[in-house]
Design a protein around this ligand. Sequence first.
Ligand code: ZN
Length: 221
Amino acid sequence: MIEPKFHPGEEILLDYAGGSLAEPLALVVATHLAFCPWCRRQVAELEAIGGALLEDEEPEPLSPNCLAEMMARLDEGGGPGKGQRGECRADPDPVPIPEPLRSYLGGALASLNWRPVGRGLDQVDLGLGRGPVKACLVRLRAGAAVPRHSHQGLEMNLVLVGGYWDQRGHYHRGDVVIDDDTVDHRPVAECGGDCVCLNVTDAPLLMTGGLMRLLPSRLRW
Ligand SMILES: [Zn+2]
């Protein structure tokens, strides 16, 4: 497997290791770890540091049900927690989707309820998270472009299938791309095939390209 070139960054990995990321963001990071040995090592080191710090603290008594609850959670496959970083089992998708994201989808990419939101652009809402942080899958048809936009908050894209590019670079499977209010861009899918990304935003996009400013801002990418 080709290793990703774009990563979540140390600050986000630190929050992930500390368990303080919102669920949609943790899902992006946990799924990126399935692709990225470099970030897996970073998280392991941060966890080791966190564990050493915890050992210095007064131990809290475990609840009698603690072990049973942990085992039940492992049996269920759990959420986007740590420790679920392997590539997926036999998968009906031609390009396998790794855990933990695969468990969230409940089926092959082609079988999901894709909703058209623009020319060559479809999305599936994953119904995750509370408040402003939202997660969805976006699919951009080969060679199609997302209308030019900026960001009012943070946007994270994890490339799952194919790739896309903007003025800063080309992004491929496993890459995490983080955009904020300093980025104004027009992402374009590579011509070789459709691009599918896990997309997380904490605020609606700001459409900046010509007539698009007059349209409702319901696109998230
Ligand atoms: Zn990484």
